[in-house]
Design a protein around this ligand. Structure first.
Ligand SMILES: *Cc1c(COP(=O)(O)O)cnc(C)c1O
Length: 452
């Protein structure tokens, strides 16, 4: 299941890299390979204690290993261990970061922008809202109820007021609810989530942008999870229009370490107006001596950052360019078709309740029962039983007020319902859907007899 051919490819590339420094006097690191070996075997032993994130039967949270090219490029870079704070610390990897970020911006139709990689989506969102605070120090941030909880916390850190906007029954930001808050004149930034972490719903971005004709506010898009889906050819019409509107927003966050095939430690923030770079200005006494070119540390809140992350992302983009119709895009489209496949199987099965047709590749459902409390219990039971059969799903609490009109004749005796949730984040999920469904079918059969 684990490829080991890639180790010899790494060895080749390592020899090649070493030649770049062949003019230097030779020296050798003294290593005790025996104790290295012993320790590493101990590490392998410890790492066995994991869910099989790499396997198609892991279909729970947003987890998967990076693509081999990202893993190899990252490891290769570790022999240098560049730091993308200043050019002195990582010349090649800083250039590669700038190129990789240009490609991400181009995916959203931006050629003039300011942007860089971050350690992840949280940090990237923090920077976007920090700029909002610089521009509108007295105004608040709003995001939907289904937005990532990080926006509320970041607002707390930045000492910005924060308010949640209710969602409609499709788990998207409710426009009337938004306008009610906008009318107060207190909103500085609206966070539109494209791909909520829970159910993968997309907020109605075109209509949110339309509201800017009446009210003045910044629009920040949190597409940490969903950003790359702008490339796929199997979105519904609503989602296509949402993605096409991105080009008009003020800032965007996307996580290459979610759908961009990267190891953890790779987020990205982009600003439409390069002039916001002025807020990052600082005079470091330590760094920035080598060149008058832009140092990434001059436009980033984080100081030291892994150059290896940029190298891995650059290599991945090189092998899989982010074109509509390319291999990267078609693999992503497979995740979405796997989700539609699972959704349709669930919808046609009287033993299950579904909530939403997925906007992206996340499916949420529950076993049917008379009361919300029973449904919650059955979800938990199905989660455990599936895991016993090597199918790893996730559970998710969904507010029952968003189910009004969707689940009829069910007694609402709790404010939230525990559902099952599956992020079909690997392209292999498409071909494995029969096996996944077989396990679900067997498990639900043992819990609820098929009616008639
Ligand atoms: C994952 C996620 C985040 C947080 O990003 P990290 O990379 O986990 O720090 C923020 N917003 C959304 C929509 C996400 O899916």
């Amino acid at each position: 299941m684990f490829d080991s051919k890639s180790i010899s490819i790494l060895n080749n590339a390592l020899n090649h890299l070493e030649k770049g420094f062949s003019g230097l006097p030779d020296f050798e690191l003294i290593l005790n390979t025996e104790s290295l070996n012993e320790t590493l075997i101990e590490v392998a032993e410890r790492l066995k204690d994991n869910f099989p994130y790499f396997h198609p039967l892991y279909a729970g949270q947003m987890l998967k290993p990076p693509h081999p090219i990202a893993r190899l490029a990252y490891m290769l870079a570790l022999w240098i261990n560049p730091n993308n704070h200043a050019l002195d610390g990582g010349r090649a990897s800083s250039a590669m970061e700038k190129e990789a970020v240009v490609n991400i911006a181009a995916m959203f139709g931006w050629d003039k922008f300011l942007g860089h990689l971050t350690s992840g989506g949280t940090m990237a969102n923090l920077e976007a809202l920090w700029i909002s605070k610089k521009l509108h120090p007295e105004k608040m941030v709003v995001a939907s109820e289904q937005a990532h909880y990080t926006h509320n916390r970041i607002s707390e850190v930045l000492k910005l007021d924060f308010e949640s906007v209710p969602c409609d029954y499709q788990a998207r930001m409710d426009l009337e609810g938004l306008e009610r808050i906008l009318k107060t004149g207190k909103v500085g930034t609206v966070v539109a989530t494209l791909g909520t972490t829970g159910v993968g719903s997309l907020d109605p971005l075109p209509e949110i942008l339309e509201l800017r004709k009446k009210y003045e506010f910044r629009v920040h898009v949190d597409s940490a999870y969903g950003g790359y889906f702008t490339l796929v050819d199997n979105l519904n019409e609503y989602c296509r229009e949402v993605y096409d509107a991105i080009t008009h927003v003020d800032s965007i966050v996307i996580d290459p370490h979610k759908h961009g095939l990267q190891p953890y430690g790779c987020g990205c923030v982009l600003f439409n107006d390069p002039d916001v770079g002025r807020f990052y200005k600082h005079d470091s006494p330590y760094t920035y001596f080598s060149s008058s070119d832009l140092h990434l540390g001059e436009i980033s809140l984080e100081c030291s950052r892994a150059g290896a992350s940029a190298v891995a992302l650059w290599a991945t983009q090189r092998l899989y360019p982010m074109n509509k119709g390319g291999e990267f895009a078609s693999n992503l489209a497979k995740s979405r078709s796997a989700a539609l496949d699972l959704y349709n199987r669930l919808k046609c099965d009287s033993r299950f309740l579904t909530i939403l047709e997925p906007d992206l590749d996340i499916v949420v459902w529950a076993p049917k029962a008379e009361k919300i409390s029973q449904i919650s219990q059955l979800s938990q039971e199905m989660f455990d039983l599936c895991a016993e059969h090597d199918l790893h799903l996730a559970v998710f609490n969904y507010p029952t007020n968003l189910l009004e009109g969707l689940w009829r004749n069910i007694v609402v005796d709790q404010n939230t319902v525990t559902c099952l949730r599956s992020c079909l984040i690997k392209p292999e999920h498409q071909d494995w859907m029969d096996q996944i469904w077989q396990i679900m079918d067997k498990v639900i059969d043992s819990m609820i007899p098929r009616s008639s």
